[in-house]
Design a protein around this ligand. Structure first.
Ligand code: ADP
Ligand code: C5P
Length: 242
């Protein structure tokens, strides 16, 4: 057997001191992913943290697809432009700023003339239902968090959100949920939970889990700073469990 200098399991788990710390946050629809990310960002106010949403990389629908939008599966991995997401994350990780597309959930299209400018940062959080699905995307992450919220709670939140914010009526939300959202959760989202380092039950209500995660990120960022000052000194890594 050939000895490998870098074991596969440590692909991105210990990031290079000069590279940002990348966190993936996944979970079912309306599980509280964005809420958890916002809470982490608030607590890390003294660091440069950016949030990248996988939703921004939804492919815009063609006129033909728009005509039959109720037959379109927005919960399938193919609904996202993962190549573009990878390119964008690659640039951010190498310290370059990027233009992230702006997606409109009412029109099922990206904005043709505006982007969100995202600058290089110490911490990059990538959030979305399928961010653990693609291995190349997973391999960018130093830490993976799965937000685990009961399906009935998620459906109730989704009905409220989609009718209030995303221009849907309740029947279309329920139909889409039964036809696409729930089956895709079972086929793609739930199986990707096994890649998580940390599972947060109850999402944003779980302050203890979020505090522990923030503490861990702070420790990692501190190690980065130490490595920058003393590049030849090893920092002993600790394991982390909730
Ligand atoms: P996701 O990013 O996973 O889709 P969000 O964080 O956007 O989930 O939450 C989905 C909806 O549920 C939003 O309308 C949000 O305000 C609401 N929500 C999220 N967490 C909670 C909570 N702990 N209690 C009540 N409502 C919540
Ligand atoms: O914010 P959340 O994680 O819930 O966003 C993902 C969900 O958005 C998917 O479950 C998908 O069904 C839904 N979606 C939609 N219409 C679009 C794009 C995504 O209902 N045009």
């Amino acid at each position: 057997a050939t000895a490998s200098a870098t074991p596969d399991s440590t692909l991105a788990s210990d990031s290079h001191p000069n590279q940002p710390f990348v966190i993936g946050v996944s979970g079912g629809t309306a599980s509280g992913k964005t809420t958890v990310c916002d809470m982490i960002i608030q607590q890390l106010h003294d660091h440069r943290v950016v949030l990248v949403n996988q939703d921004s990389f939804y492919r815009g629908l063609t006129p033909k697809e728009l005509e039959r939008v109720h037959e379109y599966n927005f919960d399938h991995p193919e609904a996202f432009d993962t190549e573009q997401l990878l390119e964008c994350m690659g640039k951010l990780i190498s310290g370059q700023g990027v233009h992230v597309p702006i997606y409109d959930f009412k029109k099922h299209q990206r904005s043709s003339d505006s982007f969100r400018q995202v600058n290089a940062s110490d911490v990059i959080i990538l959030e979305g239902i399928l961010v653990f699905h693609d291995q190349h995307v997973r391999d960018l992450m130093n830490m993976k968090i799965f937000v685990d919220t009961d399906a009935d709670v998620r459906l109730a939140r989704r009905i409220r959100r989609d009718t209030v914010e995303r221009g849907r009526d309740i029947n279309s939300v329920l139909e889409q949920y039964a036809k696409f959202v729930k089956p895709a959760f079972d086929d793609f989202v739930l199986p990707s939970k096994k890649y998580a380092d940390v599972i947060i039950p109850r999402g944003g209500d779980n302050h203890v889990a979020i505090d522990l995660i923030v503490q861990h990120i702070r420790t990692k960022l501190g190690q980065h700073d130490l490595c920058k000052i003393y590049p030849n000194v090893y920092v002993i890594q600790s394991t982390f469990q909730i």
